[in-house]
Design a protein around this ligand. Sequence first.
Ligand code: OSB
Ligand code: MG
Length: 369
Amino acid sequence: MKLDQVVVRHVSLPLLHPFETSFGRTTTKDFLLVSVSADGVTGHGECVADADPYYLPETNATVLHVLQDFLVPMAFKLDLDHPRSLLPALAQVRGHEMAKGALEMAVWELWARREGAPLHRVLGGRPGVIASGVSVGLQGSVEALVDKVAAEVEAGYKRIKIKIKPGKDRALVSAIRARFPSVPLMVDANSAYTLADTALFRDLDAFGLMMVEQPLAWNDVVDHAALQRAIATPVCLDESIHSADDARHALELGACRIVNIKAGRVGGFAGSIAVHDVCRTRGAAVWCGGMLESGIGRLANVHLQTLPGFTLPGDTSASARYYAEDLVDPPVVVSRDGTIAVPEGPGIGHEIVWPRVEKATTWRREWRR
Ligand code: OSB
Ligand code: MG
């Protein structure tokens, strides 16, 4: 398969509620939507880069640059036998996993549509449902957070993740545990702490958390290994893992026991499958992270987490928690039992509502082979 055309749209969608983490507050989701065409069929991939480099170094601007000047010209030279061949063919470009991932996921989606198959089938997953969890951002007060968590527990979500940062940690966990002694609960620090905070994480051991996600620096595994040795709660890595080798190194060092897989952070679906396989072989659980995606990226996440190693509920929750109107129809919905149905239609499996995409598009670039 030779790609004929690549289109990149910059899409700006207002969030229903601001989402706050230790690295900042997001009120609008600004992302790049990559569309690839071959022989009259088009597939789509949602990029997970943000406008700013606060989560990881890539931004929408670096993604555009790397796609335009390197990845798209390289991809136009290929004759692909399968989407899994794309990521290795882009290896001359070091890093830039989010740029690679957006292009690569669009190619898998195109491939699935060509086959008339749902994405999960070409990825090697299964039909059915996936277990849904939520990520709750930092709130204005402890009471507001507990109320928010109560609403999500009530809605049926199978696990609750809360964001923490220095000064907003113990008290939040303690208040939630006082009200919900046994709800599956975890925290995500987005790299806000150092080894000097080891005592805090020892204290958190008392709350029976499922895991603590990325407590230390985004580019560190050595200190995470020291922290994991010092605490009972499993450490989960997010920001630190960009490839199967990163996962292997982290597990080898004892830096984590669980890995959060975001396809866009590991170069796309082939990278995700490779991280998944490394973890599965070594007995480490994985789950699927989220980046506040629109329905396009959200559905890609739904399909990905049907692979057998995704044994823990992920961060894929209902579209309605984020957007007044999603870009896909139907939107992603969560049942009363905390599950999401895996679509059976071709590709991501729900219709993309193009008038809504066009309305939210602020600029567009297009390249032809
Ligand atoms: O660290 O998992 C994270 C959102 C933006 C950036 C980083 C993260 C997150 C989330 C939200 O936790 C997950 C979601 O609901 O999409
Ligand atoms: Mg995280």
